[in-house]
Design a protein around this ligand. Structure first.
Ligand code: ADP
Ligand code: ADP
Ligand code: ZN
Length: 217
């Protein structure tokens, strides 16, 4: 089973992807996390990606698609995956579909998480992330047990540079899921929309219902 999570920055894709991955056993693939790891490791790809991320812009498709397709080749993604933050446009969606088609697979669900702009700004402004494992927290809505420390791995929490107000504004302008991307999945009959402006557990529940009966084999 292959699932994509769609939604504007701050909708809760990363948070919910981790929960859904735990519930379904699917591997969680986040292009944002992959880019941040490249930045941390100082790779060439990281340098390119950072110049876009710092401005709240999308990293060019060529670079992003190559990175994602390489990840998809890993054995843990052979039977399914939960994509978070990919695709951001129809070009990326088509590239993923072509790669899946080669293995006789397809996207089974596109889950669109909807949240109002006002709430997105409040979420991004209070977001803290784990440097080590990428776990997501919110200083008010979903705080760690000990401030500054990750519950899951004990890693250090930090606030992302691109969660500063001016970059958030750029991201909300440039990075909402485009209408043609939503249409792309609607036409294929796999789109499900979920109200993301509910407590965390309620959103997880709604997403699990939207995924539907889990294949037993
Ligand atoms: P968000 O908080 O918006 O969910 P992500 O962690 O998914 O952010 O992504 C962080 C940044 O990484 C984005 O602002 C963008 O620059 C880049 N990025 C992540 N995924 C993609 C993608 N599929 N295509 C292009 N750029 C991406
Ligand atoms: P995305 O990956 O879509 O950018 P995140 O999962 O990183 O979104 O969530 C953005 C911020 O909002 C985080 O600080 C997270 O703790 C918080 N958050 C996520 N879901 C909810 C929710 N249902 N209610 C309140 N806060 C939430
Ligand atoms: Zn951690």
């Amino acid at each position: 089973m292959y699932i994509v999570l769609l939604g504007p920055p701050g909708a809760g894709k990363g948070t919910q992807a981790q929960r859904l991955a735990a519930a379904t056993g699917l591997v969680h693939i986040s292009t944002g996390d992959m880019f941040r790891e490249h930045v941390r490791n100082g790779t060439e790809l990281g340098k390119v990606a950072k110049s876009y991320m710092d401005r709240g812009e999308l990293v060019p498709d060529e670079v992003t698609i190559a990175m994602l397709l390489e990840r998809l080749e890993q054995p843990d993604a052979a039977k399914g995956a939960m994509f978070d933050g990919y695709p951001r446009n129809v070009t990326q969606a088509r590239a993923l579909d072509e790669a899946l088609a080669k293995r006789g697979a397809k996207i089974d669900r596109a889950l669109l998480i909807e949240v109002s702009d006002e709430e997105l700004v409040a979420r991004l402004g209070g977001r803290w992330m784990c440097r080590r494992c990428g776990a997501v927290y919110h200083e008010r809505n979903d705080p760690p047990k000990t401030p500054g420390i990750c519950d899951r791995c004990g890693g250090e929490l930090y606030q992302r540079d691109d969660d500063k107000p001016d970059v958030v504004r750029a991201r909300l302008e440039k990075q909402k899921p485009p209408a043609d991307l939503i249409e792309y999945y609607r036409e294929r009959g796999v789109l499900r929309t979920v109200n993301g402006e509910q407590p965390l557990d309620a959103v997880t529940q709604a997403l699990l219902e939207a995924i539907g009966p889990w294949p037993s084999a």
